[in-house]
Design a binder for this molecule. Structure first.
Ligand code: FAD
Length: 488
């Protein structure tokens, strides 16, 4: 499933995929042959953020090019077909208050449907398997009450955190001076409460509580709402009423495919951008498909990936230091396809919480009409790091063991098995999004959205609302387009 551009091809072209890379000789020769017209804006990256930025600019009559490294659009959304079943191997869900993504889907004619959320869920803990109603607010753990109390504490703290400048919070130094692990240990006592907190951290940030700054976590919770609704941790982790409520018919990549279709030849695929040089009042954006000149540039890639571009003049120290502290999370998404969702007939919802890796979280991910059965498993945080070191066959067998133990023996014999390790994707380097360790927001936060000369930053990691989500990606693209428009 690797989408890596052939390294041999890049080497032949004289390119080296690293910061400070040489400009491909073939690209330079092509430029000399034919000088392209100056663009108002060049957008780097055809994910949701980049395409939304381009769409916004084109609607204002601007001349735009979108340069995309991969041979497809959509970035962290990708919806290929297996056995006639469309699978979202990247982002897939949308929920209440994610108004941008819902509105765009409406405009583009992409329909949505509700996630399957009926029947019994499985709580696999300390070697025993307990069933509970999937609509219960929390699994049947003796520490369930303590867990809910801790969640409410987080909700209250997050309610005060600014979405635009969390580093200005009066408690910013205190929150950013500790990991979420430190905070969890100081505010919980029960093993169950700690386990459920770890599981939720894995599920939302694809990292461990020890990896993430408490301030960044509170900001992220605060961002999980819209202009009129405050953010909520419960909304982040819920299906009904939350971020996992609905899916897109035909897969989430449809949004990007349809936006790109409208943009037409403005989108150039297999054009990884290697260098952005600002000179003589213009930006010179060099990709493997040639150099484009533009008045403004929007870089719409994950912050960690933006570090692989060579900037001339170099990035200001604040931005350079910030992106050195902005790792992507770690998740492997695994899906198994069956003739039908047989677990539904047994009264199971397909939803699982487990303390046995590699898969600790599962969902029913069958198509809307239930014409095939799909079980979805997430391998996240430390489990993804460990599973990423296994051979593919050992990982598959460990995953199917999890499926059998929690859903039943039939789950061990799928028709097809599909996995995607996003940390191995050259143009993504991890998922679901970037998160910040202690000290990063208070040290370098103001650099997050500050342009570098004519270069603006987009991508879900820059969003004030629904940071980390498809909705946030669209908002960040629109915001960057507005900032670029002001300068044109
Ligand atoms: C497994 C998984 C599950 C997720 N689940 C959900 C979910 O259920 N709901 C939700 O809302 N969100 C989810 N997300 C997150 C969501 O997919 C992202 O927030 C969103 O797609 C990010 O869009 P973006 O445009 O900011 O970045 P990206 O999608 O990463 O787009 C960046 C683009 O830039 C390109 N690029 C990178 N470097 C260069 C370069 N040098 N030159 C040219 N192009 C370059 C990349 O190829 C890519 O196309 C999930 C993500 C993953 C991976």
């Amino acid at each position: 499933m690797s989408e890596k551009i052939s390294r041999r091809r890049l080497v032949q072209a004289g390119a080296v995929a690293a910061a400070g890379a040489a400009i491909p000789a073939a690209a330079e020769a092509k430029n000399r042959r034919k000088k392209k017209p100056v663009q108002d804006v060049v957008v780097v990256g055809a994910g949701l953020a980049g395409l939304m930025a381009a769409r916004t600019l084109v609607a204002k009559g601007k001349r735009v090019k979108v340069l995309e490294a991969r041979g497809r659009v959509g970035g962290r959304t990708y919806s290929p077909k297996y056995d006639d079943v469309t699978l979202d191997v990247g982002g897939q869900w949308l929920g209440p208050t994610q108004d941008k993504v819902a509105a765009l889907a409406g405009k583009l004619g992409v329909k949505t449907f509700k996630s399957y959320w009926e029947g019994q869920a499985v709580y696999q803990r300390s070697g025993s398997r307990t069933l509970f109603n999937v609509t219960s607010p929390i699994p049947p753990d003796p520490d369930g009450g303590e867990t809910l109390g801790f969640v409410l504490k987080l909700e209250n703290l997050a309610a005060d955190i600014s979405r635009s400048a969390p580093w200005q919070d009066p408690n910013a130094d205190f929150y950013d001076g500790q990991t979420f692990e430190t905070f969890k240990l100081a505010n919980t006592t029960g093993d169950g409460a700690r386990f459920l907190t770890d599981l939720a951290t894995n599920a939302v940030w694809a990292c461990e509580p020890r990896d993430i700054s408490l301030l960044h976590l509170l900001f992220y919770i605060s961002s999980a709402g819209n202009e009129t609704t405050p953010g909520s941790f419960i909304r982040l982790t819920s299906t009904t009423g939350g971020a996992q409520e609905s899916r897109f018919v035909g897969g989430s990549q449809q949004l990007s495919i349809r936006m790109a279709k409208k943009l037409g030849a403005r989108v150039v695929l297999r054009a990884p951008v290697r260098q952005i040089r600002q000179e003589d009042g213009l930006c010179h954006v060099t990709s493997d498909k040639g150099t484009w000149r533009a008045k403004q540039v929007i870089v719409a890639v994950p912050p960690a990936v933006s570090a692989f571009i060579d900037y001339d003049p170099i990035l200001p120290s604040d931005r350079a230091q910030l992106i050195q502290r902005f790792p992507q999370g770690n998740a492997i998404k695994v899906q198994a396809i069956y003739d039908k969702p047989f677990w539904r007939e047994e009264g199971l919802s397909g939803y699982v919480n487990s303390d046995e890796g590699p898969v600790k979280l599962m969902y029913d991910n069958s198509p809307p009409d239930g014409s095939a059965g799909v079980l979805l498993g997430f391998i996240e945080g430390q489990e993804a790091r460990l599973a990423g070191r296994m051979s593919a066959s050992a990982r598959k067998s460990a995953v199917l063991d999890n499926f059998k133990k929690t859903i039943g023996n039939a789950a061990g014999k799928p028709k097809a098995y599909v996995e995607k390790n996003w940390a191995q994707e050259e143009w993504t380097r991890g998922c679901y999004g970037g998160f910040l360790p202690p000290g990063a927001l208070t040290g370098f936060g103001p650099a997050l959205r500050k342009p570098h000369g004519r270069i603006h930053w987009a991508g879900t990691e820059h969003a004030e609302i629904w940071n980390g989500y498809m909705d946030g990606a669209l908002r960040s693209g629109e915001d960057a387009a507005k900032a670029a428009l002001k300068k044109l």
